[in-house]
Design a protein around this ligand. Structure first.
Ligand code: ZN
Length: 493
């Protein structure tokens, strides 16, 4: 640690604060009302990008993987929070709801999120920012991020309950960033405060801030530090997108961090601060019967896999529900063909995007908009991000505007690449569905957010997050989360 400090003493360091479900409209409101002085300070002393595009589905594990690798799920291979593993014939669930985890076998699910996510599922074909920097001899820190893969082996101090299971012993080691906090399972500081099991084993904002403060106060910040603040997700889910209570609460933690310095201005001197959200959230209506799209009802003509039984011979369909987005798998393309499932879903005007792949081509229909769009990469049309596409059919299905061989997005930012990446993110015969704002999908045991908000969808309400940057006038090549890794590496270089 000391070596790191002396080697890079004169270099500006990057501190990235990733705040779950931070959105621009409520942030702007909170600042106007004087409820977020730390955010206000950063915004007045930096550059504000209100609309950075998040990957699809807009779920934290997929977003974090994209942020760390600079790729969409077609490359990093973390398709969503919940997805079906074709080779292992089982539903992977990194933790959407404790009830669901118990049904699936709690231990297995904990293992998926604590161990397999980083050590098996996240593609080894691509390097994370931690791995990239470690190869350049630079240390990095990851505090409470769910995706953290790096080149340093760490022991996870698992709760006693888990170590009763013999299969865990070998796997209590994991490869993370040089400085690595993962709740109370791996800590940088010696402090146990805020890290107890009733405090979600340290996966909370106070613990995150406490670990970062320790790095600042001991003068051991490495070149790059990413700190994940999880708490606001829950507040926004409950109170809706315009809630500012969560923002003012996380602002207190930011104030605590700024207070480590002699003055707040001092905090800006040797650092680039990047403060951003990971996904947005869209409102969910308050009438339970309308707001929840129960896929077991919509697809009742098919035999759907039951969570606790796993795949049985007679099963035809598997549901991978990610709040406002769902993967729907067919186990038997003859009895349950994807185009038929898609047509069934299209009858529901609460579902605005339904997409699946046939050979190389992606087909898109909607329960809201007329027509059908087919597209594939490498054509004569170029979009806002310089990606080229071949489009056939009704561009209006994805609310696209095509003018002079150029494609412009509106309701669904970067829709073509995000849908394409999701439909090539893992093996299997599946379609993806995204709900209109106001609604969310449920399957067996799914969490619900009636009268609150939810995410996962392709819509811009789920997909746009703000980013505040201090210390530089440079900006990423495009305003998307996948474009941040390369830009951060240039800051440190
Ligand atoms: Zn959430």
């Amino acid at each position: 640690m000391d070596q790191t400090v002396s080697t890079y003493a004169n270099q500006k360091r990057v501190i990235m604060l990733l705040i779950d479900s931070l959105m621009y409209p409520p942030l702007e409101k909170a600042v106007k009302e004087g409820a977020a002085p730390a955010f206000q300070f950063f915004m007045e002393n930096g550059k504000v990008f209100p609309n950075i595009v998040s990957p699809f589905p807009t779920m934290s594990v997929t977003v974090d993987s994209s942020l760390l690798t600079g790729t969409y799920a077609d490359i990093h291979k973390i398709p969503g929070l919940v997805w079906f593993h074709e080779e292992e014939k089982r539903l992977i669930n990194y933790g959407s709801h404790i009830r669901e985890l118990i049904k699936l076998g709690l231990i297995r699910s904990l293992k998926d999120v604590i161990y397999h996510l980083n050590n098996h599922h996240l593609s080894k074909e691509i390097k994370t920012i931690h791995e990239e920097m470690s190869l350049q001899g630079k240390a990095t820190a990851s505090i409470n991020a769910l995706v953290y893969r790096g080149n340093t082996e760490h022991d996870l101090q698992l709760p006693r309950l888990l170590t009763f299971f013999p299969s865990w012993n070998k796997e209590s080691k994991t490869n993370g960033s040089r400085l690595f906090t993962y709740g109370s399972f791996s800590r940088i500081s010696p402090f146990k405060r805020n890290g107890h099991f009733w405090q979600k084993f340290g996966f909370n904002d106070r613990f995150s801030a406490q670990e970062l403060k320790y790095l600042i106060e001991t003068n051991s910040l490495p070149s790059f530090t990413i700190v994940y603040f999880p708490d606001m997700d829950k507040t926004v889910h409950k109170n809706g997108p315009m809630d500012i209570k969560g923002i003012s609460k996380v602002d207190k933690q930011l104030q605590n961090i700024l207070d480590c310095y002699d003055s707040w201005e001092e905090a800006l001197k040797d650092h680039y601060w990047i403060i951003m959200g990971d996904n947005g959230q869209a409102p969910v209506g308050s009438d339970r019967n309308k707001a929840l799209i129960d896929l077991r009802k919509s697809l009742r003509s098919y035999q759907i896999m039951a969570l606790k039984d796993g795949v049985k011979d007679s099963d035809e369909v598997v549901l991978g529900v990610n709040e406002r987005m769902a993967f729907i798998y067919t186990l038997n393309p003859e009895r349950a063909p994807l185009p038929d499932i898609a047509q069934t879903l299209q009858k529901d005007d609460r579902i605005d995007v339904i997409a699946w792949m046939e050979k190389e081509s992606i087909h898109v229909i909607s329960g809201v908009r007329q027509g059908k769009l087919m597209f594939q990469p490498d054509g004569d049309l170029v979009d806002e991000y310089g990606q080229s596409w071949d489009l056939v059919g009704d561009a209006g299905v994805l609310n696209l505007t095509v003018k002079n061989h150029q494609i412009f997005y509106d309701e669904y930012p970067d829709a073509l690449a995000r849908l394409h990446s999701s439909l090539t993110s893992h093996r299997g015969n599946y379609l993806v569905a995204s709900a209109k704002p106001g609604f969310e999908f449920i399957g067996e045991g799914s969490p619900t957010h009636v009268g609150g908000a939810s995410h996962g969808g392709l819509h811009k309400q789920d997909s746009l997050v703000p980013m505040i940057v201090t210390g530089t006038d440079s900006s990423p090549k495009h305003l998307r989360i996948i474009d941040l890794k390369d830009w951060i590496l240039t800051l440190i270089d």
